[in-house]
Write a protein that binds this ligand. Sequence first.
Ligand SMILES: Cc1cc2nc3c(=O)[nH]c(=O)nc-3n(C[C@H](O)[C@H](O)[C@H](O)COP(=O)(O)OP(=O)(O)OC[C@H]3O[C@@H](n4cnc5c(N)ncnc54)[C@H](O)[C@@H]3O)c2cc1C
Length: 471
Amino acid sequence: MGKIDGFLLFDRELPESRNPVKRIKDYKEIYKDFPAKKTVTQASRCMDCGVPFCMSGCPLENNIPEFNDAVYNEDWTLAVDILKETNNFPEFTGRICPAPCEGSCVLGINKPQITIEHIEKTIAEKAYELGLMKADPPLKRTGKKVAVIGSGPAGLATADQLNKSGHTVEVFERDSHVGGLLRFGIPDFKLEKWVVERRVNIMKEEGVVFHTNSHVGKNVDGNKLANNFDALVLCGGSTVPRDLPIPGRELNGVHFAMEFLTRQNKVVSGEKVNDFISAEGKNIIVIGGGDTGSDCVGTSNRHKAKSVTQIELLPTPPTSRTIENPWPEWPMILRSSSSHEEGCTREWSIITEEFIADDKGNVKAIKITEIEWYSENGQRKFKKIEGSTRELPCDLAFLAMGFLYPEKEGVLAQLGIDTNERGNVDDANYKTNVDKIFTAGDMRRGQSLVVWAIREGREAAKEVDAYLTQM
Ligand SMILES: Cc1cc2nc3c(=O)[nH]c(=O)nc-3n(C[C@H](O)[C@H](O)[C@H](O)COP(=O)(O)OP(=O)(O)OC[C@H]3O[C@@H](n4cnc5c(N)ncnc54)[C@H](O)[C@@H]3O)c2cc1C
């Protein structure tokens, strides 16, 4: 442990974000630079507690106290080595992870937690700066071939681990670029795409082969892949969005969030886009209070929307932990993202009744009703509040209510892959019902987080490696 009283001497400090009025004029990351020296001070706040709950809070079980200590001692090489042991892509998680580790930080019991996520980002960027994050191809190849289908964080982590074990890995991606939601879901103001490309280039140098515009089950035959490779790993994500089948759903201007976000990410990358959805000068309603909804808010503000309102069915979360949600559980509290800071009205306990049309078939308003939540026999229920129905002007509505499960048609149907009662790919230890076909990420787990996708990829790779080694 570095500084014994760091947590008593120093306050939590994070990089400042750029002025919201200015930053909505571009799609660049929102944070200003933060001198590494300040990160060293932040790392010194780590108490190196006897039981590091932060590690069990992290799906990757990152060795947080050890890397904090290395950062405090300014031994960046050691910090990078420690982080690389558990996390294939700290430059992603250091930017966009909601940081469950911080929710479990022991210091967080009565003081602001360690800035673990930012320390992780600093280590990752130092690694690139010092030439420590570079191609390190395996010395020997096993002669075994693996096809990974889908190039989101789960597919990338699977490919990275299996390639490092010496297997020959080819990744098949239906989109024009590699990265899954890192590339086409999460906006650039949270994760600039050069960060993804920089990593993908290292993986290419290490021998991973990427095939883009390769839709397995459509223009690439899944059965041929199964014949040509020793193992397949399905990492296609959870892509079927939850719909809102209410009157007026079919109107022009009512879109799934991903229709909006994907097109915008492509434009930022300089790709040509048909049917671009512009929020400029419009009244925007975002339905759904999560990450995807918040990304629609940030993007709408960058388009210069006239107004942005985000509505959510659930009640407003508490501002601090309740007695039922004690430390070290993930704090279920009200969070405001950088996108909310940029301007947005948020309404909670709202049910959407109807999309209302103008005379040309475009949405012009939504009808909403306030609801009241209550408990009955341990179950949470809601009832509408009489007389609370009203209309909000709405020229564009984005449905951001989460994702149900992976697409059943295409690769899953072609390969005869079973799904479970939740609609996700059924598995036993990442192995599907079909011989030599494995699965990982949101496709297996359901809609989740980047950090979980990386963990899934690592775990699936272990199973695939064991399977290939026994062959
Ligand atoms: C808008 C949005 C914002 C988010 N923000 C955050 C955040 O800030 N932090 C966070 O931790 N998580 C966030 N998430 C969640 C996170 O992005 C996902 O949990 C994670 O990307 C899942 O990784 P994955 O590899 O399983 O799937 P995905 O990232 O969905 O990747 C699946 C890939 O498989 C490809 N594919 C599918 N089928 C085929 C096929 N048949 N052939 C070839 N390719 C195929 C897809 O094109 C895609 O590229 C966000 C999600 C969304 C939608």
